[in-house]
Design a protein around this ligand. Structure first.
Ligand SMILES: [Zn+2]
Length: 487
């Protein structure tokens, strides 16, 4: 007995030692000490240009009547005029209202890179204009912020890139690798006449990009509990989407004599099953790489768990599955969004229909979703149908070991200092769903710091960017373009 106790104590001690060693060695790599560099450029010009760009109502509404052709045309003319040096030193291909600049590198044998953004914006919800501190298209500048629709999404990207290229041209920088700059005009409505056309054009020209950088995540402050450093999640993939109809069926009839078997009853049971059986997911591949890096900067208790996933893997998965934002990183999500049944209060429906939207994780295919849903709910009373317009698979997952990723990572650290850089997964869509077709690797990241408070302005009210953050973002773009095109 005593021997057994001794043995268990020894085993426990061994276990604790392993857990402790793993935890103590779960540390960030030393390149976090990359030297911060200072870049001097014309800050007031950059702020004025961002402010002016916001004044053009380049709105992509679902409704064509919300669109003003003149605003797009004036924006294009303004951009060309405001960035003369860029126009003079590049060739410009216009594809509808999307602009593709080519800055020729000295070595044509190297694959080009693409740095891109979009200048169309989402509409301001009618009736909410009055809730804005500054009018949405004023581009007003105060001591701290530049205000207006597009300040974050994504005129800061477009103007940031143009300012960076201007700086490099003024400094007489000569790229080795060719750089393409693309500025989309219809990203908010799918990019089919913009980015998709750029891709067609580049394919025709035989261009395959080494990597591309588009909008995506930001340098996020205060989003992950226990992590006080800003996190730059360079999104290496984007989720897909599919929408299914789940249909409960019955014979119908008058509501005064309902049958025991009703369409609504069958649908309800199916929806409960879907709700209780989410698609499987967990920490692996891209999400594992992301949380592994972030957890190295967490307080000791969290570190214990992440450094010993062989022991605490289950606990971590269920913890991360609780919050909507982290749950969306781990799995394909299930979201019933619309319901319909009878058209009259006293008529039993023949069909009760739920529309369910799934955001597909790169680990799943569109078919996986169908299989999961059919396997769970389909029977003689419940049918699963596809919506004709639905079904976009998740993107390829780009490498986070590549030269392009390292260039973005080191540039962010050079400008922002001690921040966490980790590969991320984009939950929304971007024009990169098109650009990725002609790129070996695609990244989605805006090098601007963003706090929780400012995030609310994204597609919402009071969109604004801190002047300081925008200017530092320009500095990051300068380094990304300079280093990205140098070798
Ligand atoms: Zn955007």
């Amino acid at each position: 007995m005593l021997k057994l106790i001794k043995l268990s104590a020894l085993a426990l001690l061994l276990l604790l030692t392993i857990v402790l060693i793993n935890t103590l060695t779960h540390n960030p790599s030393s390149d976090n000490d990359l030297k911060k560099i200072a870049i001097d450029f014309d800050e007031s010009r950059a702020i004025i240009n961002l402010s002016d760009s916001i004044k053009f109502k380049t709105i992509s509404g679902q409704n064509r009547s919300q669109q003003s052709i003149e605003e797009f045309e004036s924006f294009i003319q303004w951009l060309k005029k405001s960035y003369k040096l860029v126009t003079e030193n590049t060739s410009l291909k216009r594809l509808n209202d999307t602009l593709l600049f080519k800055w020729e590198g000295s070595n044509p044998n190297l694959k080009p890179i693409l740095v891109t953004g979009h200048y169309d914006v989402v509409p301001v919800i009618p009736g909410t204009e009055g809730s804005w501190t500054e009018p949405p298209y004023s581009g007003n500048v105060d001591s701290e912020y530049v205000w207006g629709r597009g300040a974050l999404d994504d005129k800061s990207g477009v103007i940031g890139i143009m300012e960076a290229v201007t700086y490099l041209m003024e400094a007489n920088f000569k790229p080795t690798r060719t750089i393409y700059l693309s500025f989309g005009h219809d990203e908010e409505i799918g990019g089919v006449n913009g980015a998709a056309e750029v891709v067609k054009y580049l394919s025709k020209e035989g261009v395959q990009l080494e990597w591309s950088l588009d909008e995506g995540s930001f340098l996020l402050e205060g989003f992950i509990p226990g992590v006080d450093k800003p996190v730059a999640a360079i999104n290496v993939a984007e989720k897909g989407s599919v929408t299914l109809q789940v249909v409960g069926k019955a014979v119908g009839g008058h509501s005064s004599m309902p049958t025991r078997s009703s369409a609504v009853g069958h649908l309800s049971k199916a929806l409960v099953k879907l709700d209780e059986n989410r698609m499987p997911g967990g920490l692996e591949g891209l999400t594992l790489a992301m949380f592994d890096e972030i957890s190295k900067h967490m307080p000791f208790v969290y570190k214990i768990a992440f450094a010993n996933r062989w022991l605490f893997g289950g606990v971590i998965d269920s913890y991360l599955s609780q919050a909507p934002a982290t749950n969306a990183m781990l799995r394909t999500t299930t979201a019933p969004t619309m319901l319909s049944a009878s058209v009259k209060t006293n008529v039993l429906p023949i069909e009760a229909i739920a529309i369910v939207n799934f955001r597909i994780h790169p680990q799943n295919s569109v078919e996986d979703v169908f299989e999961h849903v059919r396997g769970l709910v389909e029977n003689e009373n419940v049918e699963v149908r596809a919506l004709s317009y639905s079904g976009r698979p998740a993107s390829q997952v780009s490498s986070w070991e590549s030269r392009g990723y390292k260039v973005i990572e080191s540039s962010v650290k050079e400008i922002f200092g001690d921040v966490i850089v980790a590969p991320g997964l984009m939950i929304a869509g971007s024009d990169t769903r098109h650009y990725a077709k002609v790129a070996d690797n695609s990244y989605r990241f805006n090098p601007f710091p963003l706090s929780n408070k400012e995030l609310a302005g994204f597609h919402g009210t009071n969109e604004r960017i801190k002047k300081k953050d925008f200017l530092d973002g320009v500095r990051a773009y300068i380094r990304i373009i300079e280093k990205g095109s140098s070798t």
